[in-house]
Design a protein. Structure first.
Length: 95
């Protein structure tokens, strides 16, 4: 099943792909890139880390058969970092 097919059937997945700007990465062939993005769907906001890797063709190394996209939910890590930053700022103000 292709990404476009999944988007048609799942509103949450469609929003996720939109936030990740995956179509832009594929169109521009931004392979071997890794980046972080923020996505909000309905009431829930999450942070993700994404990497995009080409899957080269066995017959022609200049072409690719597909791509491997790996997403990692880093929301907890980002929230802890933001809380630490807030605490440090409050500590500075208190001094």
């Amino acid at each position: 099943m292709r990404i476009d097919d999944l988007i048609k059937y799942n509103e949450g997945f469609a929003q996720f792909i939109y936030c990740a700007k995956l179509h832009d990465a594929l169109e521009k062939r931004k392979f071997n890139d890794r980046y972080e993005f923020y996505c909000q769907h309905k009431e829930e906001a999450r942070y993700f880390f994404m990497s995009v890797q080409p899957l080269p063709s066995m017959n022609n190394q200049d072409d690719y058969e597909g791509i491997l996209v790996v997403f990692d939910d880093i929301t907890d890590k980002r929230e802890m970092e933001m809380e630490l930053n807030r605490s440090e700022k409050l500590q500075m103000v208190g001094q």
